[in-house]
Design a protein around this ligand. Structure first.
Ligand SMILES: Nc1ncnc2c1ncn2[C@@H]1O[C@H](COP(=O)(O)OP(=O)(O)OP(=O)(O)O)[C@@H](O)[C@H]1O
Ligand SMILES: [Mg+2]
Length: 319
């Protein structure tokens, strides 16, 4: 097999495989309902869903913190129940809830985390991680003296301490300022470039739009969609063209009846919705017909639906 083909083949392989996974909490609440999901090696996968959808529950089970009620999960072919240690050693987890060892220093807590996975000491690696997360000048500070955003970065450093192949980030940027968020995503991109598989959840959907290779949407304990991001945007993305006319319209001219146009409230704007995936958008023909109908355009703009629009549409359809 040629090297390029082999690389592609490896990339398409799943590193995590979730089969018919269900979770019923002791309260009787069914948080996950027969989930099937494959995470590809080396990808950034964004798991999106409203509050209570089951994201943290799913991550908790894969990371061995919660016990599934039914189904099977493997991490690089290691079953998370029967081969727990091997599976867990491949995973780094940045949990949603902030809980850290308040009295320890940053350096000690991150180094200790590495030790928990029986990895030999590697101060140069820990230094690299702390520097990448802008925590180097805080390395001797006690965690209790750090701000919320810094504590979250300490959690990321801890999760990376044992050089995991898979990194789960459960809302890593909640409470982190814009500038640091950018740095954090750069760290995540660098990790992906070094071969680490990343699974993240975020309520900032533009972050998923920016970062993810694939998107999964979960709602009420069920996966409702898994798609390449580019394909999703292409399939469900809509574009809107708004035309500002020089004159007021009371009704649509007959020449334009073939187009699905709406007249804006002011009477001098026309709104045209078109499909980005259609072979012909009809925009050129529309502009031609407008001039034939004697309508003059003062200004125009187009807007494209974002992942956020798509997400809200998907989730609200299923309420
Ligand atoms: N220990 C528990 N006992 C009973 N129900 C639970 C427990 N933990 C979570 N749940 C319920 O399971 C559902 C899924 O919760 P989960 O934390 O997985 O959601 P999430 O998608 O991570 O939400 P968020 O975006 O708010 O973090 C929720 O309805 C939640 O109330
Ligand atoms: Mg959660």
């Amino acid at each position: 097999m040629a090297a390029a083909t082999l690389l592609k083949f490896l990339a398409m392989q799943s590193i995590i495989s979730v089969t018919n996974l269900s979770k019923r909490y002791a309260s009787g609440f069914e948080a996950l309902k027969r989930i099937n999901l494959d995470i590809h090696r080396g990808e950034i996968f964004a798991l999106l869903g409203p509050n209570g959808a089951g994201k943290t529950t799913l991550i908790g089970i894969i990371c061995g913190i919660l016990v599934p009620s039914a189904g099977k999960v493997t991490v690089d072919s290691h079953d998370i129940i029967t081969d727990y240690r091997a599976a867990r050693s491949l995973i780094g987890l940045v949990p949603q809830e902030l809980h850290t060892d308040a009295f320890e220093s940053v350096w000690a807590t991150v180094s200790f985390s590495r030790g928990l996975f029986n990895k030999p000491k590697n101060p140069a690696y820990i230094e690299k991680v702390l520097r990448a997360l802008s925590l180097w000048d805080k390395k001797d500070d006690k965690i209790m003296t750090l701000s919320g955003g810094m504590k979250r970065r300490v959690l990321i450093a801890k999760a990376l301490s044992h050089e995991p192949q898979v990194l789960f980030l459960d809302e890593p940027t909640a409470g982190v300022d814009v500038e640091l968020r950018k740095d954090m995503w750069q760290v995540v991109r660098d990790l992906r470039d070094s071969g680490v598989t990343i699974i993240l959840t975020t309520h900032y959907i533009e972050e998923a739009e920016d970062m993810a290779d694939r998107i999964g949407v979960i709602n009420k304990g069920g996966i409702i969609l898994v798609e390449e991001k580019a394909e999703l945007m292409r399939k469900l993305g809509k574009k809107q063209l708004t035309l500002q006319l020089q004159q007021q319209l009371h009704a649509l001219p007959a020449e334009l009846s073939a187009f699905k146009l709406t007249i804006g409230e002011d009477g001098s704007t026309l709104i045209y919705n078109y499909d980005t995936k259609a072979e012909r958008t009809g925009v050129a023909t529309l502009l031609g017909e407008l001039s034939r109908a004697g309508l003059r355009i003062r200004d125009l703009q187009t807007t494209q639906s974002s992942l956020e629009d798509i997400f809200v549409g998907l989730v609200s359809d299923r309420q």
